[in-house]
Design a protein around this ligand. Structure first.
Ligand code: IFM
Length: 470
């Protein structure tokens, strides 16, 4: 047998394996998930913790964007650093098997490379104990974008020294938590960090230069591989949380198809290929030549225990000669989008899982992020009826189920996100949570999607709304 069966359709045998369109399946059909399938939620330290100056935490490159330094300025976060016990209680109530969170590097090592802040480690130590007591398996991500400012001043991800500092930091966290944490994810979305920060100046440190982008990408790849090798120990599992989505041509022309292929080589596959295939895509080999040193490829390539897929929606490209690399990213007007402008397309998730099955050796996969921002409203009776999010999630769970039924080695699914949180440049204007957070008093209100997910986890089965609607 190629794989253990963690998922199974409860519909008539064969329907799912022949990949029917959802609407072709009988309305009463439900999809079943095996008990070993890990249901989870994801968060990130910077987006939920707050307490940026509490207990010796150092500054990160995101602090100034998100928070005013003025005395008495409101904390724009959800105060998880202070309310973590309540939050773990909510996670327990949700019934999840696993929780993916990140450790804030500047909380553990305030300047990134110097003295350790014991209070920072204590916080995560207590959190891990509380999760385990609630029977929730921790999936620990070491770096979700909050680089210590002192390291940025030395060049950030353009400086190879940041890789060494990262390996040291990872070792310090593992020494403290590695007796209880078995699942490790070194870096969340290296593509977002490198592309947003160094290619298009959209995120800190606001650089826009192709060579800088390749340099940052390579150092992030190296950091990930180096940590996986340095921390390896019996019983420990290492994986990724990687942006993976189909990149499609807008028009069915050779130019647009070439543009999409080039875009793929310079974005998603710039991270996937060196990890699983041990080499960069041919399109970037020349650009990487002066950056990659002997031995780097062997450090980066790794037999991961799981490949983490962060999927939100597909991307569309067209050939435009004046655009960088001759490729322009566009969103066709006709397609449905989330509040963040992301195209809603569950088939894209299915395609990603199929591509990993067919072209990357069918590694064990977790969906490490999937979710959507919609304009949620807290009604006077204290409820948030986020049916759009329920539909989005149900359709994506159905697509993942279908891929698994067709042989993709899918092991689990982490919804982004447990709580409404600080969505980088747009703050609380894009809410992704299953739990609504009141911006003023930070009250936690489970949304309808929380109840939907809770029922799914408890029963391990659900009926996708698409099956009923169409
Ligand atoms: O909030 C982000 C997260 O930090 C990284 N992945 C995408 C999410 C939604 O934009």
């Amino acid at each position: 047998m190629r794989r253990r069966s963690f998922l199974a359709g409860s519909t008539a045998a064969g329907l799912l394996t022949t990949a029917p369109a959802l609407h072709a399946v009988a309305a009463e059909s439900s999809l079943r998930f095996d008990r070993k399938f890990a249901f989870g939620v994801s968060t990130a330290a910077f987006q939920i913790e707050g307490g940026l100056k509490a207990d010796g935490r150092g500054p990160s490159i995101w602090d100034k964007i998100a928070a005013s330094d003025a005395p008495g300025a409101p904390d724009p976060f959800i105060g998880h650093y202070y309310r973590w016990r309540d939050d773990v209680a909510l996670l327990k109530h949700l019934g999840i098997d696993a929780y993916r969170f990140s450790v804030a590097w500047p909380r553990v090592i305030p300047d990134g490379a110097g003295a350790v802040n014991p209070a920072g480690l204590d916080f995560y130590d207590r959190l891990v104990d509380a999760l385990l007591a609630a029977k929730i398996t921790p999936y620990l991500c070491l770096y979700h974008w909050d680089l210590p400012v002192a390291l940025q001043q030395r060049g950030g991800w353009l400086d190879r020294g940041t890789v060494d500092a990262f390996v040291r930091y990872a070792g310090i966290v593992a020494d403290r938590l590695g007796d209880r944490v078995k699942h490790w994810i070194p870096v969340n979305e290296a593509l977002s960090i490198a592309y947003g920060g160094y290619a298009i100046a959209f995120y800190p440190p606001w650089v826009s230069d192709f060579h800088a982008y390749l340099t940052a990408a390579h150092h992030l790849n190296l950091a990930q591989g180096a940590v996986m090798k340095a921390l390896a120990a019996p019983g420990r599992q290492f994986g990724t949380a990687m942006c993976l989505y189909p990149i499609r041509p807008v028009y069915d022309t050779k130019d647009d198809q070439d543009a999409a292929t080039l875009r793929e080589a310079t974005t998603t596959k710039l991270f996937l290929d060196p990890l699983l295939r041990g080499r960069y895509p041919a399109a970037v080999e020349d650009g990487m030549a002066s950056i990659v040193r002997d031995g780097d490829s062997a450090i980066i390539r790794h037999d991961v225990d799981f490949l983490g897929v962060n999927y939100y929606g597909p991307e569309y490209c067209t050939a435009v000669s004046q655009a960088p690399l001759g490729v322009d990213k566009v969103t066709p007007q006709s397609l449905p989008v989330t509040q963040g402008g992301i195209v809603i397309d569950a088939d894209g998730l299915y395609e990603v899982l199929r591509d990993l099955r067919d072209h990357y050796g069918n590694p064990p996969v977790y969906i490490t992020e999937n979710g959507a921002a919609f304009p949620d409203v807290l009604t006077d009776d204290g409820k948030v009826d986020d049916h759009s999010r329920v539909d989005y999630l149900a359709e994506h769970f159905a697509a993942a189920h279908r891929a698994h039924a067709e042989g993709a080695d899918l092991r689990g699914y982490f919804v982004w996100s447990a709580f409404d949180n600080y969505e980088w440049l747009v703050g609380f204007n894009n809410r992704y949570g299953l739990v609504y957070i009141d911006g003023q008093d930070k009250t936690r209100v489970p949304k309808a999607s929380f109840d939907w997910y809770r029922r799914l986890i408890a029963s391990r089965r659900f009926t996708p709304p698409a099956l009923v609607r169409r």
